[in-house]
Design a protein around this ligand. Structure first.
Ligand code: GZL
Ligand code: ZN
Length: 332
């Protein structure tokens, strides 16, 4: 589902402020109108609900810390619920937050589908929803904004880097993220959009490792059992699965990063350590530190301000040669 970028217009309070002398004084007009400032909520007035999907990866852990720490710093009352990677729990969490009449609900939907009913309930209760990190396949009127990545582009970046690394020739095994999730769907598609132009690059196997290190290791071990040294490259949808695959490759007796080239996504701390050890060849950044942007959007929504329908996160790519220098600067 593609997000069309359009601005979400909501009635905007006109506030008239005048200047008397050098200090800012409300001018006479504002006494005739409700002082929009008294209507405007501040961070410390906000009660924000957050339905987090789980704690499956280093990325998710950093994402949760960013949300909680930013709420603390801003003085926002945060009602944070963790769904342990189950969609039913996330739906339940939204219903709880509706009953608590929070001002805004933030959610990172574990998968793209199955949200229409509960998002409609939030809309009927007058509680706006902000999608954070992952998109949901719902009509545009059921959420106010999506704050997160262009996962298609992350997949394309990974493919371009791999094509360079393997000189256009590779037998690739793919570790897919959580089935049905926006990042897995789009990283899968974006990667294929690019390698279709390289006849020498073939995906010989593709299976979900559910974004976890343990499953990534199990799936890679099974790939090695079946294909052995035919495998020359791994495309992992996140670093946790790539780190699991590295363990499996070493166990099998091959050298990750040399016998088998590995490209993954997230740019979490573990990926930098693996690149420094020469076991990972590149990681495409996916920024989990979305707390500040999320609460800024939440405050604007509550105050009826202009909200972009999609706020993309800024992301880069990292390679082994500068990993040691960059690692100390990384926040996750
Ligand atoms: C991407 C995020 C993904 C990460 C994984 O924005 O949803 O979920 O890439 C995480 O590490 O599990
Ligand atoms: Zn991303």
């Amino acid at each position: 589902m593609r997000i069309s970028r359009f601005l979400f217009f909501v009635p905007i309070f006109a506030s008239i402020l005048g200047f008397v002398g050098c200090s800012r004084q409300p001018d006479s007009l504002s006494t005739l109108q409700p002082d929009s400032n008294s209507l405007e909520k501040r961070y410390e007035d906000l009660i924000v609900g957050y339905a987090q999907l789980g704690a499956e990866s280093e990325w998710r852990a950093a994402n949760t810390i960013s949300i909680k720490e930013t709420a603390e710093q801003l003085g926002v009352e945060l009602r944070f619920l963790d769904a342990q990677q189950k969609q039913d729990n996330q739906i339940e969490a939204i219903r709880k937050l509706i009953i608590q009449k929070v001002d805004v609900i933030g959610i990172s939907p574990i998968v793209e589908t199955g949200w229409d009913e509960v998002f409609q309930e939030a809309k009927d209760a007058g509680i706006p929803i902000i999608l954070v990190d992952r998109r949901a396949a719902v009509p545009d009127d059921l959420y106010v904004s999506y704050l997160g990545s262009d996962f298609l582009e992350e997949g394309r970046k990974a493919a371009r880097i791999m094509a360079e690394l393997v000189d256009g020739k590779a037998s690739i095994v793919e570790l897919v993220g959580t089935i049905g999730s926006a990042p897995a769907n789009d990283r899968y598609t974006g990667f294929r959009e690019v390698i279709k132009d390289y006849p020498g690059m073939k995906i010989i196997a593709s299976e979900s490792g559910d974004f976890t290190r343990a499953r990534g290791r199990e799936v890679m071990a099974a790939f090695l059992e079946k294909y052995g040294s035919e495998i020359t490259a791994v495309y992992a949808h996140n670093d946790d699965m790539a780190l699991g695959a590295i363990e499996a490759i070493e166990e099998y007796g091959l050298k990750p990063g040399e016998d088998i080239m590995i490209v993954s996504i997230d740019a979490a701390r573990g990926a930098f350590e693996a690149m420094i050890a020469g076991k990972l060849n590149a990681t495409v950044e996916c920024n989990p530190l979305l707390g500040p942007q999320f609460f800024e959007l939440a405050l604007k929504v509550v105050n009826g301000q202009l909200i972009p329908k999609w706020v993309p996160s800024i992301e880069s790519v990292f390679f082994p040669e500068d990993a040691a220098e960059i690692l100390p600067t990384r926040k996750y």
